[in-house]
Every structure is written in C-alpha cells, then in structure tokens.
Design a protein around this ligand. Structure first.
Ligand SMILES: [Zn+2]
Length: 233
C-alpha cells in the first residue's frame, strides 16, 4: 500500500516509520528498500485485502495521474460489509484498477461484480515481447474510423489477450509510450476470439483517458487526434 495513517493523517512511507492500515486498523511498517517501490506492509500478515497486488513503479505512475484523495479508497458493500481497496476511485464513483499480473477468472468476475462501475488498465509490458507481438499483428488499416478500431492477430506466447477477453468491464492495455507516433495511447480490447486469436482494439490517447476518468465523462473508444489536432469525441 502507498498510504497508511500516521498521527491520523494519510502518509507516504518513509524509512523507520510505523503507521496504521486505514482499512483494517492493524499496525503497518514502512518498507523502504532499493528494489521494490516504497510501501507499507502489515506487520502480522499479508495484506488485509486478498485482491491486493504488490505494487510496481507502473502502478504508482498511473495512480499519480489522479489526486491522492482518490487513491487506495476503501469500497464497502453496504449489504455484506465486505471491503476492498480500490486503486483509484474517482469522486464520480468510477473505480480504476491497475493490474500488472494475471488473475483467476473467478477473481476478475468477483472484482467486477463488487466494484460495478469500473475499468481495468492492464500492464502490457509484463511479458517482455508482448508489445512487439502486438505491433506485429496489428492491421495497418482501421476496420472503422468512428470510433477508430483496428483488427489484430495475436502471435504472442502469453495469454494476455485471452485472459482479458473474459472481462466484462472495459479493458485498456498499456504497452508503453513508444508504440505509436503521436500522443501515447492505451489500447481498449474491444473483442478477442480465443480460437482464431483475432481481435479488435481501439487506441485511446492516455491523456484523454485520464481526462475522461477525472471529469467523469463516458469512456468509449475515441478518434485518435490527428497531428493537425482535429476533434476527438
Ligand atoms: Zn489492513
């Protein structure tokens, strides 16, 4: 976790600091090493949320696109009292989960059901060659322009497309910033046929996705802005 309560205030980890988990109230200690990103760890057990994933720089960079007040927000099911920690929950009620590792389908389904109004942003750089395979299989001509969408064939060894094709919520795959000309994009996985290994993706400029999330706008698949700066929807 990035935040713990220190003297009743949300605080980032600093060396030699103790705090309290804002969600379960247990003692947490700061872990400020050289390899993993600085974080808080529960003293007596793993994380209080079984859905929690150890954070990478990639997680932190994404979360920091949004206000601190929206990061690591406890979401409670009012009927059952079940609590989980959303990576980001906006003031408009949208939950954004940043996912580095694959998870079992049951967990994906459970998380989507629990959060309801949510999207996934997936780390496409986890598999070393996945971004190269993706570019290799991406058709050069769009199958439609409004919204912009491209067909692709998946040649990668990993199951990233397969796994995420089961999601009900929108999935945006982040293959990194150096993929395409123009503004960095994430790729919304619109469709994927696991037998044919063919699918459809729509590029979404990162800054527009962040803006749409921040302002509570509807998130679809927009036009890519052309270099001339024409309109996006
Ligand atoms: Zn806890």
């Amino acid at each position: 976790m990035r935040f713990a309560l220190v003297n009743h205030e949300r605080a980032d980890p600093q060396p030699q600091l103790h705090g309290e988990c804002p969600h379960c109230g247990e003692e947490v200690i700061s872990k400020c090493g050289r390899v993993k990103v600085w974080h808080w760890a529960h003293k007596s057990r793993e994380v209080c949320d079984p859905w929690w994933e150890n954070e990478t720089e990639w997680h932190r960079a994404w979360k920091d696109k949004f206000p601190k007040e929206w990061q690591e927000i406890a979401a409670v099911d009012s009927k059952t009292g079940e609590t989980h920690i959303a990576d980001v929950k906006t003031s408009h009620g949208l939950v954004v989960e940043f996912q580095h590792s694959p998870m079992p389908l049951e967990e994906m389904t459970a998380r989507e059901r629990f959060y309801g109004n949510m999207i996934w942003i997936v780390d496409g750089k986890r598999g070393e060659l996945d971004s190269s395979y993706f570019l290799l299989g991406l058709d050069r001509t769009p199958i439609q322009t409004n919204p912009l969408a491209f067909a692709f064939s998946w040649h990668g060894k990993s199951r990233i497309m397969h796994n995420w094709s089961d999601a009900k919520a929108h999935v945006f795959i982040d293959f990194g910033n150096s993929m395409t000309k123009g503004p960095p994009v994430v790729w919304r996985l619109v469709d994927f046929d696991v037998k044919q290994k063919r699918g459809v993706v729509g590029p979404y400029p990162k800054h527009l996705l962040i803006e749409a999330i921040s302002r509570g706008k509807e998130i679809g698949v927009p036009y890519l802005p052309t270099p001339e700066g024409s309109e996006t929807s």
